[in-house]
Write a protein that binds this ligand. Structure first.
Ligand SMILES: NC(=O)c1ccc[n+]([C@@H]2O[C@H](COP(=O)([O-])OP(=O)(O)OC[C@H]3O[C@@H](n4cnc5c(N)ncnc54)[C@H](OP(=O)(O)O)[C@@H]3O)[C@@H](O)[C@H]2O)c1
Length: 504
């Protein structure tokens, strides 16, 4: 789920090729890339050949881009669990960064009818921290509203689409409902407050003292200062909670949700937090809780598409949505922009300006960096490999060893081969779930004890232990396989019983 989110949130765009030495200056472009995982210090500005649009593509000269937490996830390769499938195990599969851009169409492919050279557009594409990009003309790309500047619309795609889809599609927010936006002053939050207001909701924004006035000015009916008040501790209830921070427990959030309310987890976690698993523990907690509560609790992944960009464009044109821009950086200072974003206290959006050729755009001053405390790629890869081994191979090998031992000690008796495997696998899965659910060491020891006792009874061929272990494997496949297998074994045992008695 998390991996799909990371992949889906970065739509495909044409990759620039490294520049050949004889390429003329007019055919060159600069792009921010990273060849290794790490802090923004590893970001470099490199020269590439300007990409050439394919038949169905357009070439956009990017005038402004904006950065999102998604960019530092790619830069840092976090959460580490997503490295093998999404980022690259030891080094980045694709060093481009950036997802939001606005600019002018410079050339169109032969089959393109939707746009023409000179059109001013904005959209989402992987590799937007560059002077040019080639994108599909049918992809997430729309005309820029005339009343907005390039830097304003460059702030929109990822953050505003996320806010729109969270409120409209995931929470199905209706006029008159009460919505709370946790993290109301950031990129997603500043859009969410305005969109919720335009949908006719009563909006509560959660932010720090310095951002109270900003959030109120965006239309929030009420502001909760998180430095003074915990929104989960009052007696109030909301129909919808949009959580951009994820700093309160799922149970606490549920307590302040109306009985038929919706909780939508958008994201959360700073650059040095939840680095191994990302939002996975919270997602599992919600999945486990969902069947037992009346509220709808979910995480979702934004889907970048032209229809929703058009909706946002109309809202901007109608004056219902105005991007909040905190800081502006030049492309050469993209690392400083990401350093600032990583601190986790941006007020609205952080924008990158490309500037005219030869012109140096105004740039914000550099920000303090989040302190370096990152393990190298090899220890991370080894830890992921070890965890995969523990979950898959170790129960199989141990089950084989136990099976052989059983047959040596009880010659002639048939051992429950699958049972050894499921018993051990349940033990490992239970410990993993304990860790994911944030169980303390006491709970983990209790789990180990329960599974140890069950395993011992299981080895003595107690049927109740078989059933308990199967159920506690939390694995529907194990439930089905064991239901068939145990039924068969017990029928065989029952048939063999009279013969054994007769021999005795
Ligand atoms: N699911 C998706 O498809 C999707 C899409 C986009 C983004 N996301 C995720 O959503 C999250 C938010 O993204 P963003 O672009 O809004 O990030 P952002 O711009 O970096 O958000 C920073 C804001 O968070 C606020 N904040 C920090 N701690 C807070 C707390 N304890 N309570 C309330 N507010 C707090 C800060 O306010 P103060 O300065 O006042 O502390 C700041 O304004 C990120 O985790 C991102 O990865 C998910």
């Amino acid at each position: 789920m998390l991996i799909l989110w990371l992949l889906a949130a970065y739509p495909f765009a044409h990759a620039p090729q490294a520049a050949s030495t004889d390429a003329s200056a007019a055919r060159r472009m600069q792009a921010a890339v990273h060849r290794e995982f790490g802090s923004p210090d590893v970001l470099r500005l490199e020269q590439f050949d300007k990409p050439v649009p394919g038949e169905h593509q357009v070439l956009v000269r990017i005038r402004a881009a904006s950065v999102n937490p998604l960019d530092w996830h790619y830069l840092e390769g976090t959460p580490y669990l997503a490295r093998p499938p999404a980022f690259g195990l030891l080094r980045p599969q694709d060093g481009r960064l950036g997802a939001d851009y606005a600019g002018t169409i410079e050339a169109v492919g032969r089959e393109v009818t939707r746009f023409k050279p000179g059109d001013e557009v904005f959209g989402g594409a992987r590799g937007a921290l560059a002077e040019y990009c080639c994108v599909s003309a049918e992809g997430a790309l729309v005309l820029k509203p005339a009343n907005m500047s390039f830097e304003q619309v460059a702030a929109v795609p990822v953050a505003a689409i996320t806010a729109l889809q969270a409120l409209r599609d995931q929470a199905q927010l209706r006029a008159g409902q009460r919505v709370l936006i946790n993290g109301a002053s950031g990129g997603v939050g500043t859009f969410a407050v305005q969109i919720a207001k335009s949908l006719g909701a009563n909006v509560t924004g959660v932010c720090s003292t310095r951002n109270e006035e900003l959030v109120r000015s965006l239309g929030a009916d009420r502001v909760i200062d998180y430095t003074k008040q915990d929104f989960t501790r009052g007696g109030e209830r909301w129909d919808v909670i949009i959580d951009n921070v994820g700093n309160r427990s799922i149970l606490d959030c549920r307590r302040v949700l109306a009985p038929e309310g919706h909780y939508v987890l958008v994201g959360g976690g700073g650059v040095l937090e939840a680095r191994w698993l990302g939002p996975l523990p919270r997602v599992l907690q919600m999945l486990a809780l969902s069947p037992f509560v009346s509220q709808d609790m979910r995480m979702f992944m934004a889907d970048m598409n032209k229809e929703d960009l058009a909706v946002l464009g109309e809202m901007m044109q109608a004056g219902k949505l105005t991007p909040v821009i905190d800081r502006r950086y030049a492309l050469r200072d993209a690392a400083a922009a990401l350093r600032y974003l990583e601190l986790g206290h941006a007020r609205g959006k952080v924008v990158i300006l490309m500037g005219e050729p030869g012109e140096a755009p105004t740039t914000s001053s550099d920000a303090a960096a989040v302190p370096e405390n990152r393990p190298g790629p090899l220890p991370i890869a080894l830890a992921l490999f070890g965890a995969a081994l523990l979950v898959t191979l170790v129960p199989i090998v141990l089950a084989l060893v136990l099976h052989r031992r059983f047959r040596r000690i009880h010659p002639g008796k048939r051992a429950y081969r699958w049972g050894f495997y499921f018993g051990l696998q349940s033990f490992v899965v239970a410990l993993m779930l304990g860790v994911l659910f944030g169980a303390g060491i006491g709970a983990l020891l209790a789990l180990g004890l329960v599974y140890g006792v069950l395993g011992w009874a299981f080895a003595r061929r107690r049927r109740w232990a078989w059933v308990a272990l199967t159920l506690l494997s939390f694995n529907p496949v194990a439930w089905i396989v064991n239901a068939i297998y145990l039924r068969k074994r017990w029928t065989e045992d029952a048939a063999a019983m009279p013969a054994a008695r007769a021999r005795a």
